[in-house]
Design a binder for this molecule. Sequence first.
Ligand SMILES: Cc1cc2nc3c(=O)[nH]c(=O)nc-3n(C[C@H](O)[C@H](O)[C@H](O)COP(=O)(O)O)c2cc1C
Length: 283
Amino acid sequence: MRIDFNNMEDTILHEFNGGNGDVIAKMYFDGKNRIMRATLKKGCSIGKHTHVKNFEVIYVISGTAKITYNDEVLLIEAGNSHFCPRGNTHMIEQYGEEDLVMCTVVPWKNDIEDTIMERRSCKQYDPEKSVPKELIERVVNAGTWAATGKGQQAPIILAVTNKEMRDKLSKMNAKVLGADIDPFYGAPVVLVVLSDKDACFTWKNDGSIVIANMMLMAEDLGLGSCWIHRCEEEFNTEEGQQILADLGITGNYEGIGHCVLGYPKGEKREPHPRKDNYVYWVE
Ligand SMILES: Cc1cc2nc3c(=O)[nH]c(=O)nc-3n(C[C@H](O)[C@H](O)[C@H](O)COP(=O)(O)O)c2cc1C
């Protein structure tokens, strides 16, 4: 994409981050990432701030930036860059006679807390958008890195992208539910988690955190996900057992749940407030 700074309105950031004067900015902001061409006239500055969740890259187009980076003072001239990695503090001042013109990039960095809080069960998927395999692999991989009882890795994941199999599982699940619907809400990808009952007595718990990991990874990648239940009943049928046999899966497996995946359609559902007395502190 092209960012057309030349045809963009100025945004005046007065005493930005507690600095002096104005930052005259042409700003591209997509709600997450901020890319701006900023002009600081003589005496102007951007105040000291810490990049708690993201980093910043500054490229000086003209003039000189005096940057106090943590405790170090740097003079960054035209053609050079300054990098402030996550967790570091900086302050930017115009230096010398010439206006400072720079391009700054502050990418969005979702941290684990945001991912946890922002995840919602997605109950409507865009049927037109398929999920790239690279993303499915990352979600599945996150599942395989879940903690497991005694480290026995009791669960397995069937990563289903085949439409015929996806539809078959949907029908089997709907049958358990006793309703003629698609319980997968149109999601194109179904990650079935089963767990080996003989691997460790924690097999059910193990399978659950595999699904939790996958839902969080999906959120981090901008995908929608939802736990769909009734996996145990689905795979306790002859049809379910046959699917496992056809895949060459032998062992004492029981279904834990499905993590369905896809691109969300429509707005995210509003979360319910957390109940009172969820946490009892013992200090
Ligand atoms: C063990 C478990 C089973 C669930 N089963 C289903 C299900 O079968 N169908 C469904 O639509 N949602 C299912 N959900 C999703 C819940 O409806 C959802 O987590 C709940 O409404 C809270 O919403 P949130 O995940 O957006 O916070 C399940 C969630 C869990 C943890």
